[in-house]
Write a protein that binds this ligand. Structure first.
Ligand code: NAD
Ligand code: TDX
Length: 343
């Protein structure tokens, strides 16, 4: 039986990936690993953490000593989601971003090499390519040109990952995906922040002129793409993943406002994010042509289901907004060891 180590498993995409894996691959052992920073939440894994083929490990990917026994017990594949993921936090303080997103990746790469891991998937982002003007899109051969401390740390990790393929022959694969949306996303990100603010009767803060463009993909489509990559990608390859769904932020705001019965008076235009990338767009032909993957969930359906998920799971996000879920970890594990919590 193969064992897959999923790092960052208690976060937004990692937990959705574990859920998919457990649904679709009963023949795989899952080791879910997470440091449980402010962004990690065990409640995200509550419905997929049972049985003899699942294990949760609380550990920091920067801590080689803590992670080594996991590799020593046998790991066939690694899918690395663990990261500091919020651009605004990286602007307030880049330290945790460099530590986890670069230093932590180096630790994982060395352990993967020492323990003969068969596949190492590094989950990267479209943001490593920088910003586009009104036309064009990023392909896998677009030079990386990151603009925020977050995207610079992710781009650095990509370079490190490629170097382990070239130097040591480690079977690495890099995926670069666009903006994900769906259930269990931490309510500091655009969509869950706007939905939960409106449910609380608060306004939604739109940065700058609200005309920045992102490409949106449902998290389940992203997770399916990663499975396709695990199954079929050649070592050393890079794949773009996206939803073919470019939208301006103001359009996202309008969709949410209208579904929740509000008008645009609930928008508050606020100071722009420093260095705010204007537009991202992905050319996803390679993964379609080579691995037969394409996004299946249309935005019209996906956004409504997502908004409804937050409306129907108020207890989940309220415990996050009040910090109660962190108090639970302190009780379970002691106060120490929660890393990267403060910008
Ligand atoms: P998230 O912030 O929701 O989850 C990150 C998880 O990593 C959390 O559970 C956190 O506790 C854990 N973590 C952080 N530092 C750690 C450390 N040192 N050791 C172990 N675990 C640690 O982020 P997400 O949105 O789920 O993103 C997951 C990955 O996907 C990230 O690598 C991100 O760069 C990438 N990505 C995200 C998006 C998006 O739209 N959210 C798009 C493309 C790529
Ligand atoms: O309050 C807000 N108001 C606003 O206008 C927030 C939080 C965001 N925005 C804007 C900034 C962006 O143009 O909305 C857009 C989306 O912002 P985020 O949700 O913060 O996502 P983004 O910065 O695009 O990055 C996301 O996608 C790529 C993830 O957080 C990254 O981890 C991923 O790599």
């Amino acid at each position: 039986m193969s064992t897959v180590l999923v790092t960052g498993a208690a976060g937004f995409i990692g937990s959705n990936f574990v859920r998919l894996l457990r649904r679709q691959r009963a023949d795989v052992n899952v080791v879910a690993l997470d440091a449980l920073t402010y962004a990690g939440n065990l409640a995200n894994l509550a419905d997929c953490c049972d049985g003899p083929h699942y294990r949760f490990v609380r550990a920091d990917i920067c801590d080689s000593k803590a992670i080594e026994p996991v590799f020593a017990a046998g790991v066939d594949w690694v899918v690395n989601f663990a990261a500091e993921s919020h651009v605004d936090r990286s602007i307030h303080g880049a330290r945790a971003f460099v530590q986890t997103n670069v230093g932590g990746v180096q630790v994982l790469l060395d352990l993967a090499r020492e323990h003969d891991v068969k596949r190492f998937v590094q989950v990267s982002t479209d943001e490593v390519y920088g910003s586009l003007g009104a036309t064009g899109s990023f392909s896998e051969s677009t030079p990386i040109a990151p603009n925020s401390p977050y995207s610079a740390s992710k781009a650095s990790a990509d370079l490190l990952v490629q170097s382990y393929f070239h130097t040591f022959g480690l079977a690495t694969i890099i995926t670069r995906c666009s903006n994900n949306y769906g259930s269990h996303q931490f309510p500091e990100k655009l969509i869950p922040l706007f939905v939960t603010n409106l449910v609380e009767g608060r306004k939604v803060p739109l940065y700058g002129d609200g005309l920045n463009v992102r490409d949106w993909i449902h998290v389940d489509d992203h997770c399916e793409a990663i499975l396709a990559v695990l199954d079929g990608a050649a070592p050393g390859s890079v794949y773009n993943i996206g939803g073919n769904c470019e939208l301006r932020n103001i359009e996202i705001a309008r969709r949410i406002l209208s579904h929740l019965g509000h008008d645009e008076s609930m928008i508050e235009y606020v100071k722009d994010r420093p260095g705010h990338d204007r537009r991202y767009a992905m050319d996803i032909r390679r993964i379609g042509d080579e691995l037969g993957w394409r996004p299946r969930i249309g935005f019209d359906r996906g956004i409504v289901e997502t908004i409804d998920w937050y409306v129907n799971n108020e207890a989940w996000w309220r415990s996050i907004k009040t910090g109660d879920y962190l108090k639970y970890y302190e009780k379970q594990y002691g106060a120490g060891g929660v890393v990267g919590s403060d910008p």
